[in-house]
Ligand binder design. Structure first.
Ligand code: MRU
Length: 375
């Protein structure tokens, strides 16, 4: 059975505490937005899609428990008095919770895109003539619950498109070696994964020779999570130190580097886990195609370039300490950005979305076309 990072049914949410992996497999209950914020900020849950899902589901949980009903559960639809007040109170509550949840981590854009989509829907629903607050509440919950299946479907499409593109560049029937960074699999999403979705699709077609997975210092999402996830799913994987990546490209015949994304700007510049940029530089040197696997919800059409992406800096202790063990002299000055930006011209394979593989230079137009078509 595949690993699940998120377990949800109406009224109940728990997350796999990824800080304890690979030693312990422990699910923790999330009883609302405050606990979800803590789990996201403290990286018990991480990965751009999983962050968005857990945040939104925590809101659904609160709504299912009746939160946001302070001003009564009357009728909305632009109605007046007490009746409209129930709908207005619910809207205000959702807005307040979204703002709070959005403050947990700044770089991944998925949550703010989902928040924007929810606000838009909410505006439409609350104007429907005669809508009551309980009806509105139910629509919001159902909308959020639908995100889980959508994320998994998008990942499967990314897997199919990415695998096809990579295989189109190698001799017919050849198996490929892929290098990946951080964790982009079931643990980072609702299931299947983005970059690891491509790996899974290659493996399912018996066209994957091996995955090289970087340890991904400083927080070791590669060695603690990706290595664990791939071993669990019996996918052939070799763990390498981050500093071995260029040598691996020279000596292991890497056919593609495939990474995920926390935010892709309109020009294709991509923020992803720190160390991604240097992998892209090494890939260019070795003429290895470099792919970013990102659902459209990880793309930010509002940002013209990667210069505008906010980059989270994490506490220095995540670099100086490893599972409580001190690796650096006390008092040392530390710079610990969680992400870096890979310029679009280094993304030589393409950006793999659920719609297909897009050259980075075409991403802005592709996003605008989809938005114009209402998708
Ligand atoms: O700090 P993290 O572990 O949340 O960083 C995760 C990454 O950088 C992933 O590559 C990205 O979120 C994509 S996950 C499908």
């Amino acid at each position: 059975m595949a690993l699940e990072s998120i377990r949800y049914r109406r009224g109940s949410l728990s997350v796999l505490n990824q800080r304890l992996l690979p030693e312990r497999l422990r699910y923790e209950r999330v009883d609302g937005a405050e606990r979800a914020w803590e789990a996201i900020n403290g990286m018990e849950v991480r990965g751009a899609p999983a962050i968005a899902l857990v945040a939104c589901l925590s809101l659904a949980l609160e709504l299912a428990a009746g939160a946001g009903a302070d001003a009564g559960d009357g009728t909305g639809g632009g109605g007046d008095g007490e009746a409209g007040a129930g709908v207005a109170a619910l809207e205000a509550f959702v807005e307040q919770r979204l703002r709070f949840l959005l403050s947990a981590r700044p770089t991944a854009v998925n949550l703010s895109r989902e928040a924007e989509r929810l606000r838009e829907r909410l505006r439409g629903w609350s104007r429907s003539p005669g809508i009551t607050a309980p009806e509105l509440r139910e629509r919001i919950i159902e909308h959020i619950e639908g995100l889980l299946a959508k994320d998994r479907e998008d990942n499967e499409s990314i897997g199919t498109h990415g695998a096809r593109h990579i295989l189109s560049r190698v001799p017919a029937g050849a198996a490929v070696t892929v290098l990946t960074h951080c964790n982009t699999g079931s643990l980072a999403t609702a299931g299947y994964g983005t970059a690891l979705g491509i790996v899974r699709a290659l493996h399912a077609q018996a066209r994957l020779r091996r995955v090289l997975c970087t340890e991904t210092r400083p927080y070791n999402q590669g060695s603690r999570l990706t290595a664990f996830e791939l071993l669990h799913d019996r996918i052939p994987v070799t763990l390498i130190a981050d500093s071995a990546a260029a040598a691996a490209m020279r000596e292991h015949g890497v056919d593609a580097v495939v990474v995920g994304a926390d935010r892709v700007a309109a020009n294709g510049d991509t923020a992803n886990k720190i160390g991604t940029f240097q992998l892209a530089v090494a890939a260019r040197h070795h003429r290895v195609p470099f792919y970013v696997a990102a659902p459209s919800s990880s793309c930010d059409p509002a940002l013209a370039s990667g210069d505008q992406i906010p980059i989270e800096e994490r506490p220095g202790q995540e670099l100086t300490h490893l599972q409580g063990l001190c690796l650096a002299p006390p008092g040392i000055d530390v710079w610990n950005p969680a992400f870096d930006v890979t310029p679009h011209d280094l993304i030589t394979g393409g950006i793999v979305t659920e719609w297909g593989v897009v050259p980075p230079g075409d991403l802005g137009r592709a996003l605008a076309d989809r938005a114009a078509g209402g998708q």
